[in-house]
Design a protein around this ligand. Structure first.
Ligand SMILES: *Cc1c(COP(=O)(O)O)cnc(C)c1O
Length: 336
């Protein structure tokens, strides 16, 4: 038995999703003629209460298009120091967008607006002008942390007061929605641009979207083409995304329950804090993480060692209760 907990990106499409893909009606999406892509973009824009959405191959591309739309070259983006946009997109904001970034430290990735306000540089010939703030919800490296709605609303007020734009890296905003019941539209309306991934908890093989207003979306299509993200009969992939949205959002609660079960089983050994597990991510903190990951892999349980003293597990569509019990046994034996 292989239980792959390294990431929620490792899922493979099941039979029903594959059938939806095989039966998709397609056309050339660079000409705007793929009916399945067009339907997906309309559906997702509506879910988040925005005018438009742009299908992209990856979440990184959706994020970087958004940042290029919000921050002129040489100006500044603020985000937390562990944010995906600044740590895991291989310098794209700087290399491709000419965007300067400055970061605040966020324990568990949780947004604290009081840290953001003093960082804002207003337009002035002697400073790097702040144009936008990016927030991640849920926060990946923070441990699947859900950003409190009140804090997001306070950030919106701050942004309006200073004339800043707000971007939501919502790769896992579906998990935040499933954990809190906050409507996706409620999250969406607080941000100028939102990126979402179909290829994480929702279980599609590929695909993300940038969600925004109609004017930005038009310019976003130009940036997407420039980045090499103009795809042709990509409705086959959009069909997987439409299937995922229709079928796999409410079931995220199962992933969250399994993550809690696993964290509670491992907590007595002092390597994780189950009270911090809000969604599908568990952080393990131990200097033995490298050894534990290697030994667990030999018994079919794969986890990610991300540094010398900590690692990460994620539950997802392809891990069932039996998989979790197997992981509890294998990891429990290794850490006891
Ligand atoms: C996975 C992820 C992305 C996008 O990643 P891609 O691999 O480029 O699709 C963006 N933000 C966060 C927080 C992520 O976890």
């Amino acid at each position: 038995m292989i239980v792959d907990l390294r990431s929620d990106t490792v899922t493979r499409p099941g039979q029903a999703m594959l059938e939806a893909m095989a039966n998709a009606e397609v056309g050339d999406d660079v000409y705007g003629e793929d009916p399945t892509v067009n339907a997906l973009e309309v559906e997702v824009a509506e879910l988040f209460g925005h005018e438009a959405a742009v299908f992209t191959p990856t979440g990184s591309m959706a994020n970087q298009i958004a940042l290029q739309l919000l921050v002129p070259r040489g100006d500044e983006l603020l985000c937390d120091s562990m944010a995906h946009v600044v740590n895991f997109e291989v310098g794209a904001a700087a290399a491709l967008g000419g965007i300067s970034t400055r970061t605040w430290t966020a324990p568990n990735g949780r947004l604290d607006v009081s840290l953001v306000e003093p960082m804002i540089n207003r337009p002035n010939p002697y400073v790097t002008t702040t144009r936008a703030v990016a927030v991640e919800n849920t926060h990946n490296i923070g441990g699947g942390t859900v950003q409190p709605l009140a804090e997001l609303k306070a950030l919106r007020e701050l942004a309006d007061a200073y004339g800043l734009a707000l971007h939501l890296d919502g790769a896992r905003v579906w998990n935040a929605h499933a954990a809190t019941g906050v409507p996706l539209r409620e999250y969406g309306r607080l941000f100028d641009t939102v990126s979402v991934c179909l290829s994480k908890g929702l279980g599609a093989p590929v695909g993300s979207l940038l969600i925004t207003d109609a004017e930005r979306a038009e310019r976003g299509r130009v940036v997407r083409k420039r980045l090499g993200g103009g795809m042709r009969q990509v409705g086959y992939l959009a069909a997987a995304g439409r299937y995922a949205i229709a079928n796999n959002i409410t079931r995220l609660a199962e992933d969250h329950a399994r993550a809690r079960r696993l964290a509670e089983a491992l907590e007595p050994y002092g390597i994780c804090d189950a009270s911090q597990v809000e969604t599908n991510v568990i952080l393990l903190r131990t200097p033995e993480i490298g050894k534990i990951a290697a030994a667990a892999a030999e018994q079919g349980v794969r986890i990610s060692a991300l540094a010398s003293d900590w690692g990460r597990l994620l539950t997802h569509l392809d891990v069932d209760d039996a998989g979790i019990e197997h992981a509890v046994k294998v990891l429990g034996d290794l850490v006891r």
